[in-house]
Design a binder for this molecule. Structure first.
Ligand code: PMP
Length: 361
């Protein structure tokens, strides 16, 4: 069976070369006679895989020495709680920017631990957008940290800039944007991301945290929710998600072999421009996001006649273009075009969209 272009928001496509390599190494990793999934996480073979993955991620993102990289479980959703549990550090307030569903979930969870100041909210506006820096009503040093969602996966709303928060640590849920382009890690106190979009398979959660923020968790923080416990144990306090860690490591190697994040940024910008250009050139398709805040990774769009949605999805799937159905809360369509989506996949999608419009528009 031929592989399809899978536009799922996550779990999402993985680079084919990575899947091929995993297949080749499945039964016997580098002469060990075992599958990576069968290895002790404390054995020499797996430790070498784990260290290589971290080194490659550090190289890709240019992660400074004073940041720790944690390979955790629990998904980005656990980070909604782990962030306040660890980063309040005796303070009772935090600033949150609300740009959509995932921001809201982070805010709701943080409210269990502290007073949340919503520094800006754009969710009531008809056009999705990220607020500008001057719209952020930050509380200064009263806030233990400022949290935002650089890319809202459902709404397809992305910040085109990194908010300036002075000495207050900036915390970013980069679940659907990490590795899509270079970033300056030193601007952030903490970055987290569920892996299943741009990093690897579900089950792995990456946390990049500045080391001075570790070690002051709230009193009742469970051991497993204390970043420092994981940092001190090189993410092996308990059994880590070994196979997902390994596959993420293969993705990091693939990224480095393919020009790193600068090259990804160029390709991703081209893919997004092609898709948004096709949508904007037509009266049949519509994207509900302000052009300055459009996501490179998740492109929601609607059809002029929603009665055609079912047919669009059916015909797309028949053409090998799958998982285009929009999130259940948003309706319409959504094309997620992470690093592993080849340009040819986006070209096939826009060709299909033009043809569908010609027949039904
Ligand atoms: N934050 C963002 C921006 C997301 O896109 C998602 C998943 N779609 C989550 C958080 C939740 O991630 P998880 O399912 O890994 O808990």
């Amino acid at each position: 069976m031929a592989r399809v272009y899978n536009f799922s928001a996550g779990p999402a496509m993985l680079p084919e070369a990575v899947l091929q390599q995993a297949r080749e190494e499945m039964l016997d990793w580098h002469g060990t006679g075992t599958c990576v999934a069968e290895m002790s996480h404390r054995g020499k073979a797996f430790v070498s895989i784990a260290e290589r993955a971290e080194a490659d991620l550090r190289a890709l993102l240019g992660i400074p020495e004073n940041y720790r990289v944690l390979f955790l479980q629990g998904g980005a959703s656990s980070q909604f709680a782990m962030v306040p549990m660890n980063l309040l550090r005796g303070k009772g307030e935090a600033d949150y920017v609300n740009t959509g569903t995932w921001s809201k979930k982070a805010i709701a969870e943080a409210r269990r631990y502290c007073a949340v100041n919503v520094a800006a909210s754009t969710v009531e506006e008809s056009l999705g957008r990220a607020p500008a820096q001057h719209e952020l009503a930050l509380s200064g040093e009263r806030a233990a940290y400022v949290h935002y969602t650089p890319n809202e996966t459902i709404a397809g709303v992305e910040f085109s800039y990194v908010p300036e928060t002075g000495v207050v640590p900036l915390v970013a849920d980069m679940s659907s944007t990490l590795l899509s382009r270079p970033i300056d890690v030193s601007r952030f106190g903490l970055i987290y991301a569920g892996a299943q979009k741009n990093i690897g398979p579900a089950g792995l959660t990456i946390v990049i945290v500045r080391d001075d923020l570790l070690g002051q968790p709230q009193a009742a923080t469970p051991t497993m929710f204390d970043y420092k416990v994981h940092a001190d144990a090189d993410s092996m306090y308990n059994t880590p998600p070994t196979y997902a860690w390994y596959l993420a490591g293969l993705v990091f190697q693939w990224l480095r072999e393919n020009g790193g994040l600068g090259a990804m940024a160029e390709i991703n910008a081209r893919k997004a421009a092609l898709l948004y250009g096709t949508i904007d050139a037509s009266d049949f398709y519509h994207n509900p996001v302000d052009p300055g805040s459009r996501s490179w990774m998740n492109v929601p769009f609607t059809l002029a006649d929603p009665a055609l949605d079912g047919r669009f999805l059916e015909e797309a799937a028949a053409a090998g273009l799958t998982a285009l159905k929009g999130h259940r809360s948003a309706g319409g369509m959504r094309a997620s075009i992470y690093n592993a989506m080849p340009e040819a996949g986006v070209e096939a999608l826009v060709a299909f969209m033009r043809e569908f419009e010609r027949r039904h528009g």
